[in-house]
Design a protein around this ligand. Structure first.
Ligand code: AP5
Ligand code: MG
Length: 245
């Protein structure tokens, strides 16, 4: 891997692709990021999912993150950044990552930039999914997710084939405890005060791709996937290893 990276750097070629999905709670980050990760064969890192899995398993991380996730506020940066940097060093992240829900403030964005820069890498694009607050509330109030694989469903917009069971893995579906009216209000407030500033950060870096997130899941996917596939394809033809398009 090191050899490949160095060879790529010498030729000015990128060997991996890092994409961030940004948007308010309920914008559809998880739904679209999962599709893109599958399409581009990249790892999908959803920090909210990592925290929820830790809570299910009762790990040390869960003890540290529990009260923050329950209140709908950000888990402290040192915990979140360490968790993500550890995760991206895993072998399945070598060809790149779709980040979903990370970074969520300037400190996290700078930590990610710094860690990637050390390896001669960088975030390539940031997909900002824009959705009205009315639609966000509608989506969150009807959401059910799989306890096992975290796939999101919606009572009206994307119901499972068999009620209560995940189409993908058969896992039990449940409603997230932080999808209550009060906690959603808090999460939206946190998004607008702490995360939305990243729109400017990535616009200034020339990386922001604003996507209209309204419409069906398929319609939104059609606005995102071809652009990112093109990006992955062009990197591939410039010398990336391991992709089959
Ligand atoms: P996290 O799990 O990331 O929650 P979030 O950002 O609030 O976003 P959601 O997962 O609620 O929404 P989404 O955009 O993924 O939408 P989805 O695709 O599910 O974070 C939870 C908590 O963890 C945070 O509050 C915090 O405590 C902690 N945390 C996480 N990351 C952190 C970080 N970096 N730093 C610190 N703390 C962190 O879609 C929503 C619903 O809409 C679903 O039902 C779906 O089926 C439906 N839907 C999707 N697309 C469409 C469409 N086009 N049309 C109709 N319905 C749709
Ligand atoms: Mg999500």
């Amino acid at each position: 891997m090191k050899v490949l990276l160095n060879r790529g750097r010498l030729r000015g070629v990128k060997n991996s692709l890092y994409i961030v999905f940004l948007g308010a709670p309920g914008a559809g980050k998880g739904t679209q990021a999962a599709r893109v990760a599958q399409e581009l064969k990249l790892a999908h890192i959803a920090t909210g999912d990592l925290f929820r899995q830790a809570l299910e398993q009762g790990t040390d991380l869960a003890m540290k993150a529990k009260s923050y996730v329950e209140k709908g506020v950000l888990v402290p940066d040192e915990i979140t950044i360490r968790m993500v940097l550890e995760r991206i060093s895993a072998p399945d992240c070598e060809k790149g990552v779709i980040f979903d829900g990370f970074p969520r403030n300037l400190k996290q964005a700078q930590a990610l930039d710094k860690a990637l820069a050390k390896e001669g890498k960088a975030v390539e694009k940031v997909v900002y999914i824009k959705v009205s607050v009315e639609e966000l509330l509608n989506r969150l109030s009807g959401r059910w997710i799989c306890r096992q694989c975290q796939t999101p469903y919606h009572t009206v917009n994307s119901p499972p084939r068999v009620w209560g069971k995940c189409d993908k893995c058969g896992g039990e579906l449940y409603q997230r405890p932080d999808d209550t009216v009060e906690t959603v209000k808090k999460r939206l407030e946190v998004y607008f005060t702490e995360t939305a500033s990243l729109i400017d950060y990535y616009t200034q870096a020339g990386k922001l791709l604003e996507i209209d997130g309204e419409g069906s899941v398929d319609e939104v996917a059609r606005r995102i996937v071809p652009i990112l596939s093109g990006l992955a394809g062009s990197l591939s033809t410039r010398g990336r290893d391991g992709y089959n398009y």
